[in-house]
Structures are given as C-alpha cells and as structure tokens.
Design a binder for this molecule. Structure first.
Ligand SMILES: NC(=O)c1ccc[n+]([C@@H]2O[C@H](COP(=O)([O-])OP(=O)(O)OC[C@H]3O[C@@H](n4cnc5c(N)ncnc54)[C@H](O)[C@@H]3O)[C@@H](O)[C@H]2O)c1
Length: 253
C-alpha cells in the first residue's frame, strides 16, 4: 500500500517541474490526482501517462489566477474522485525586471498567479476537507522568502506572503483538522530555473558554487517533502515552513 492510498489530491502547475514530479510521486503512492495547469495539452498528456502506467489521474487546463477556472478544476476533482484530502498550491510565474520597469499589469499578473490563486483554491477546498474529516494543504513558496537577488520583486514579495499566509491559514484551519504548511525550495532543476539562465547544463549553473551541497536540486527532492507534508507522516506539523535548498541560504553573503 502506498503512503497516499485512498487520498484525493489536487496539484496545480502540474505540467512540468516540481508539480509534475509531485503528481507522478502522488500517483505512485496511491493517490487519485487532479492535475491543473495553464498548459492544458501538456498536463492532459501527463495524466494519460500516469493512467497508462497504472496510476489514477485526470487533468484540466486551469489558469490558477481565474476564479472560474479554479472552481471548475475543483468540481472536476469532486466528480472524478470524490472529496479532496490534499491540495498542493504549486503553480507560479516570474517576470524578470527592475521594480520601476514593471507595468502595473505585469506586477498584478505575478501577484494573481502566485498569491491570489492560493486564496481561490483554498477557499473551495477548506469546506470540503472540513466536512470530510480534515486534510493537508501544501503551498510551494521559495528560498527567495529568506534571501534574494535583484530583478524579481513581485515574485519575491509573493513568496514572502505565502509564508505568512501559511501561518495564518494554519490557525484558521486547525479546528477543522486541516494542516497547512509550506516548502521553500532553493535552486531546483526545472524549466523555471534553467530557462532563466540560458539552459546551461545543471552542473554548470552559475549558482552551483554558492550551494554547500554542490549541486542544483532535482524536482523529486521537493516532491518527496511535499509527500511528507501531505501525508499523515507529518501529523503534528502545521504552520511550518520547510527549507529545502542544499544550504544555499545558510551563507552570510
Ligand atoms: N525551480 C526552482 O528553482 C524553484 C525555486 C523555488 C521555488 N520554486 C517554486 O516551485 C513551484 C514550481 O516551480 P517550477 O520550478 O516547477 O516551475 P516551472 O515554471 O517549471 O513550472 C510551473 C508550472 O506552473 C504552470 N503555471 C504557470 N502559470 C500558471 C497559471 N496561471 N495557472 C496554472 N498553471 C500555471 C506552468 O505552466 C508550469 O507547468 C513554483 O511555486 C515556484 O515558485 C521553484
């Protein structure tokens, strides 16, 4: 029996990177997984691959910044698998500029995808989880909530906000036996990180010399921690931020 057998999970941003690794891991561990992503075709292909290899997954195109898309995604999960036990808020976007160069529309877009989306998904899932015995919500924040660099301000601001939101939601959700935790990944080998650095091989990534463990992380090294927080193995954890960064932010400089 898998660690998530009998659980129904929603994973956003599941078409690639950390979301894909989480979806694949959840399915291997026995969960029934609803996958959402703005890349509709890619996420449907992933669900088909999971199903072909014996897992249980279905997928829908979903812009997590859109109320109607999010509501439809959750409805699809209910119809396909029943009450939701696990919500992983993973989808995020970044636009790289100096602060004074963002248009207001660009700034608002990053905030909507990375922060408002957590409200849109959680407000629908909390009542369902509360009615059916509790659940686990995992937000993917970032090590950028701890230490950062110029040129990515709205992203960094949202990731700091996700950590605060995690604590506030944990307090509200605890009486309903819903745990809420977040993960702060460091540099992980996904399209988001690699494309921004000109697609150099991971071992030649400019951040490698700054990482005490000496390498970029793999998506499944985050997915494993998502699984831990999603499962009953972390039954006494709520309101926590879990840093998974190979030591990157332990430096003074
Ligand atoms: N890769 C890293 O180094 C790193 C580090 C820290 C935090 N993170 C966080 O991990 C999470 C996953 O990032 P990743 O590295 O896998 O990124 P990624 O860009 O490779 O994947 C993100 C996924 O989210 C989807 N997405 C983007 N906007 C969306 C929207 N509006 N609606 C629905 N889906 C949308 C994309 O299509 C993509 O499939 C994000 O929250 C990111 O901020 C990543």
């Amino acid at each position: 029996m898998g660690a998530l057998t009998g659980k129904v999970a929603i994973v956003t941003g599941a078409a690639q990177g950390i979301g894909q690794a989480t979806a694949e891991r959840f399915a291997r561990e026995g969960a029934q997984v609803m996958l959402g992503d703005i890349q509709g075709e890619a996420v449907e292909q992933l669900a088909a691959r999971i199903t072909a290899s014996g897992g249980k997954a279905t997928a829908a195109r979903c812009d997590v910044a859109s109320e109607s898309d999010v509501d439809a995604l959750i409805q699809r999960a209910l119809e396909a698998f029943g009450p939701v036990n696990i919500l992983v808020n993973n989808a995020a976007t970044a636009i790289y500029r100096l602060l004074h160069e963002y248009t207001q529309a660009e700034w608002d877009q990053v905030i909507a995808v990375n922060l408002r989306s957590l409200y849109l998904t959680s407000r629908r899932c909390i009542p369902i989880m509360a009615e059916y015995g509790g659940g686990s919500i995992v937000h993917i924040a970032s090590a950028h909530a701890r230490a950062t660099a110029p040129g990515n301000t709205p992203y960094v601001a949202t990731k700091g906000a996700v950590v605060s939101l995690t604590r506030a939601m944990a307090l509200e959700c605890a009486p309903h036996r819903i745990r809420v935790n977040c993960i702060l990944p460091g540099a992980i080998e996904t399209p988001m990180l690699m494309e921004n650095w000109g697609d150099v091989p991971a071992d030649q990534h400019p951040l490698v010399p700054r990482i005490p463990l000496g390498r970029i992380g793999k998506p499944d090294e985050i997915a494993r921690v998502v699984q831990f927080l999603a499962s009953d193995e972390s039954s006494y954890m709520t309101g926590s931020e879990v840093l998974v960064d190979g030591g990157l932010t332990a430096h003074f400089d």
